[in-house]
Every structure is written in structure tokens, then in C-alpha cells.
Design a protein around this ligand. Structure first.
Ligand code: NI
Length: 197
């Protein structure tokens, strides 16, 4: 296992579009393991291969609390659909086949650490793909897991969450990143409390 470098916005490689895999090779399985270790090391709940500079359609998700139970008491808030999905979730070639409803969440991202904004997403989605062993996977998702999946799938399409904001909000974040980089002085403490996807 290895901790990988997570690319930070505006790294141009975050704009790459992921290619679907033909087959889940041992190398791709290892990449998924390394991505999980990287995600856990930064207390993230989701990570896309594009974020570690690999242009394949692979993402990993784990919405369970990681060691620090005080951070978020997620287990109690899990929906029945979320409970039905085994964590950690590794998925290759994810495709959304159905979406319903709307929801909002204050999103953050390991590629824009310290910055958060409310993003609108579909509330319920159905997703197909391949699991960590290359077997077909069909998921029905709602709650945080649905939001996280949509956020990570955006990465595979070369998008980051600020692309989903109004120009005013997105420009405000871009200007802050330009000025402060990834140590915004007044938001550091708040950042500790939030979820990173
Ligand atoms: Ni992200």
C-alpha cells in the first residue's frame, strides 16, 4: 500500500476525463487499495483516480466514521439504502442509469481542501459499474452516499464541485484560492468539522 499525491485545483490534470477499464487487473486492484489508504490518511470519504493523476474510471468511497467517532456520527444517520452498501465501496466504470429528486449538501473536496459550498445534486440515483474484482455491480443510492457518488463521478468527467456553483460563488472561491492557496486563515477551524469528498 502507498499514500498517493492528491492533485490540488487548479492542476490541469483534474480536467482530464477518465477512460473506462476493459478488465480489472492486479495493477488496478492495487491502485484502488492505494487510493483507499490515501483517502483514509486525509480523512476523506471519497476519492477518484483522476485526483491522483490516473485517467481511469475508478473511484473509492467510505462514508463510515474513520477512527474519530466524535467527528461525525454517521452510522446513526445512515439510510436503509446506505446500510445495504458494503463499505469501503470500490467501483470501476460507474454510470448513472436513473436519477430522481434534488438535494443539497455543504460539499468539500480533497482537491480543494479548506473550501466548502452548498451544491445541488440528485437525491436518489441508480448506478451500474464493476466491483473491485470486476464483477457487475448495481447500486441504489440516496443520502450522503448518493451525493458522494455524484461528486466523485464529476471528477471522472474532469469536473470539480465549484463548477456546479453560480459564477459569483465559484469566482469567490477561485479568488480565495489564488490569494491564500490552501491555508485560508479564517476557515481552518471550520474545515476540521466537515466531510471531504
Ligand atoms: Ni472531490
Amino acid at each position: 500500500m502507498a499514500i498517493l499525491e492528491v492533485l490540488k485545483y487548479p492542476d490541469p490534470r483534474l480536467r482530464h476525463k477518465a477512460k473506462p477499464v476493459d478488465k480489472v487487473t492486479p495493477e488496478l486492484k492495487q491502485l484502488a487499495e492505494d487510493m483507499l489508504e490515501t483517502m483514509y490518511s486525509q480523512k476523506g470519504i471519497g476519492l477518484a483516480a483522476i485526483q491522483v493523476g490516473v485517467d481511469v474510471a475508478l473511484l473509492v468511497i467510505d462514508i463510515r466514521p474513520q477512527g474519530d467517532e466524535d467527528r461525525y456520527d454517521l452510522d446513526e444517520n445512515l439510510t436503509d439504502l446506505e446500510k445495504a452498501v458494503e463499505m469501503p465501496l470500490v467501483i470501476f466504470n460507474p454510470v448513472i442509469t436513473k436519477k430522481e429528486g434534488k438535494t443539497t449538501f455543504d460539499e468539500g473536496c480533497l482537491s480543494l481542501p479548506g473550501y466548502y459550498e452548498t451544491v445541488q445534486r440528485s437525491k436518489y440515483i441508480e448506478v451500474t459499474g464493476l466491483d473491485k474484482d470486476g464483477n457487475p455491480l448495481e447500486l441504489q443510492l440516496d443520502g450522503l452516499l448518493s451525493i458522494c457518488m455524484q461528486h466523485e463521478m464529476d471528477h471522472l468527467d474532469g469536473k470539480v464541485f465549484i463548477d456546479r456553483l453560480s459564477p459569483i460563488k465559484s469566482n469567490r472561491i477561485k479568488a480565495k484560492i489564488k490569494k491564500f492557496g490552501y491555508s485560508p486563515p479564517e476557515e481552518e477551524e471550520e474545515a476540521e468539522e466537515k466531510l471531504l469528498v
